[in-house]
Design a binder for this molecule. Structure first.
Ligand SMILES: [Zn+2]
Length: 602
């Protein structure tokens, strides 16, 4: 598009023309963007239609109009910028489009407010791992049409001040630009708020850019409505003395229960755990149902003992934590979090004060300061540290968020040939490939990881712990898809396979309260929700001290758990979320995992 000739004698007319041209260009680009989006993400539009409640006949056209105007307004605002700034914004927009298309190709959705929350709160390494697991080259093919339309906008003439340019006219030009952008900006905020209130978060995004804007506004509004107060207090109680036993709660990362040979997996992934079971030092509780399909939800429920979905009353932020109870019972409390599972959230809530009831917390840096290199020793390095601690004295309550098997699995076990038992394996940074050959590598790598991060962890812990008065409750935050149904995502979606996690108790030979285990009925079906009261029982917390209703402890489970619920999406239910259940008996195939092909089994 050529530059509009502007004459000194007719600035208002020229101005009107430029404004009209800008509006028309934005309208054209918005229409093109929407058509492109419709063609590329047709399946998403079909899903969106089903999401809208059939009751609101008006809702569909109003939503579509609001969303379309958002695209138009955003592009129009871009056109108000001088060219060089516009080009800079364009570069940023291209990046956003690529990220959004990556999300869509992997998870069939653009980023939601929950994704934003995770992107902002998870550790740097996990973030990089997530990006590389998502990344596919064809994303460029998808991003290209959007980028072409955006690039064309750089050539639309910018706002032109009359040539008799003085400081005064430059200032008035700036004011005009400001005035012109005020209404559109207000519109973007207002419409995002209206959509936040009335339309499911993932529905009706006509464009990757406005979708991110909506998710950002949603995230901010969600934060405003969050609970920022103190957690409920426990009644006063004086424990007679420091307990002699220690309780360790290991919450692993991304460990699928059915990939443990302890649970019948045909490959020998956990020979040490099986030997422990034979010796009577391990009580297996079978495949447990995780509370959530990603770390944040599961940890929130596990630490707070909340037990209904979603957490619309902010109980995960208000309930006393496991540490509060342990402290009341006289234990010394320690939280080891090398996965940024929940500690950052507790610390943030505490502000400058210490985290309530937590005597000590440790992350990767704390291990570095103690000259323990987790990069080489990995999770068994933590096991060794735990053993040393217990060998000094008893009376600890320790929660561990392990590194476990967060994708890329390749990084989770040593590079030596002894640790790569099943081959071929995935190379570092290789994205998930769902072909038979790709899946074979994926599962091989994962199984090698289980053998090291799970089995070796316990071998080190059990063999190096001399103080035998301990009990350890083990589970994982969620499982993994292992691309079984062609998924390119590892977790975070509602697939039932993702909540298949292991659960067992490991006890020292001199553990004093082993009589509790007699209460576990045969064929017990456990869920994450049972763990809180189980730990309270292990701490011998009197009923009078338990201030919330909790799900039944594993030691008193009888006919309960006919349905085991879990959720994914927005924890507090303000965005899109899904609550599902694993029925009893589970659907065929649930809780079972198979190596890629029979001849590969060992
Ligand atoms: Zn996780």
């Amino acid at each position: 598009m050529g530059r509009e000739p502007v004459t000194v004698t007719q600035p208002p007319r020229a101005f009107r023309q430029i404004t009209r041209r800008r509006a028309l260009s934005a309208l054209l680009a918005a229409t093109l963007s929407v058509v492109i989006d419709f063609m590329l993400r047709f399946s998403d539009y079909q899903t969106s239609l089903n999401l809208l409640p059939s009751a609101g006949a008006l809702r569909l056209p109003v939503t579509l109009t609001l969303a379309f105007l958002q695209v138009f307004v955003l592009l129009y605002l871009g056109l108000l910028l001088p060219r060089f700034l516009r080009a800079a914004v364009l570069l940023l927009s291209v990046l956003v489009v690529i990220v959004q298309c990556s999300y869509w190709l992997t998870l069939s959705q653009f980023m939601t407010s929950t994704d934003l929350l995770l992107a902002l709160t998870v550790g740097g390494e996990n973030r990089a791992d997530a990006i590389t697991s998502f990344f596919q080259l064809r994303v460029f093919l998808y991003a290209l049409p959007y980028v072409l339309v955006l690039s064309a906008l750089v050539f639309v003439p910018p706002r032109i001040s009359p040539p008799t340019s003085t400081h005064v006219s430059a200032l008035s030009g700036f004011r005009k630009t400001l005035a012109l952008s005020l209404l559109p900006v207000l519109y973007l905020l207002f419409s995002s708020y209206a959509l936040f209130l009335y339309v499911p978060e993932r529905s009706f995004h006509l464009n990757p850019l406005t979708s991110l804007l909506r998710a950002t506004v949603h995230y901010k509004l969600e934060n405003l409505g969050a609970y920022h107060g103190l957690r409920d207090e426990l009644p006063l109680f004086q424990a007679p003395q420091r307990p002699r036993d220690s309780i360790i709660y290991v919450i692993d990362e991304s460990v699928r229960g059915s990939n443990l040979s302890l649970n019948g997996y045909p490959r020998d992934t956990t020979p040490f755990l099986q030997s422990l079971e034979k010796r009577g030092c391990l009580k297996n509780l079978g495949i447990c149902v995780a509370a959530g399909s990603y770390s944040h939800i599961s940890n929130a429920y596990l630490i707070s003992g909340h037990h209904t979905f979603p957490d619309d009353g902010f109980r995960t932020d208000r309930n006393p934590t496991l540490f509060d109870y342990a402290k009341r019972m006289g234990y010394e409390t320690l939280y080891i979090d090398i996965n940024h599972g929940y500690l950052p959230k507790l610390m943030k809530a505490a502000g400058d004060s210490p985290v309530r009831s937590l005597d000590q917390w440790m992350n990767e840096q704390s291990f570095e300061e103690r000259h323990i290199d987790l990069e080489t020793t990995k999770d068994p390095g933590i096991a060794r540290f735990l053993s040393r601690l217990l060998n000094e004295r008893g009376g600890y309550f320790i929660v561990v968020n392990k590194k476990g098997l967060h994708f890329h699995y390749h990084y989770r076990y040593p590079a030596d040939s002894a640790s790569a038992i099943w081959r071929p394996v995935m190379e570092a940074s290789e994205p998930i490939d769902t072909s038979a050959a790709g899946r074979e590598k994926l599962v091989n790598t994962y199984d090698n990881g289980i053998r090291f991060q799970v089995d070796e962890f316990f071998r080190v812990f059990v063999s190096e712990t001399k103080n035998q008065n301990y009990i350890l409750l083990y589970t994982s935050d969620h499982g993994q898809t292992l691309a079984e149904q062609g998924q390119v995502y590892t977790h975070m979606k509602p697939d039932a396979v993702i909540v298949d996690v292991p659960e067992f108790l490991v006890l020292g030979e001199r553990y004093g309260r082993r009589n509790l285990l007699a209460g576990i009925p045969p064929g017990v079906r456990v869920s994450h929700l049972n763990n809180f009261a189980t730990l309270l029982d292990l701490m011998a917390v009197p009923m009078s001290l338990r201030v919330r209703p909790y799900e039944t402890s594993i030691f008193s489970l009888a006919g309960e758990n006919s349905k085991r619920y879990y959720m994914t999406g927005s924890l507090h239910g303000s965005g899109d979320y899904v609550v599902r259940a694993i029925p009893t008996p589970p659907d065929a195939g649930w809780g079972v995992s198979r190596p890629p092909s029979p001849q590969l089994q060992r």
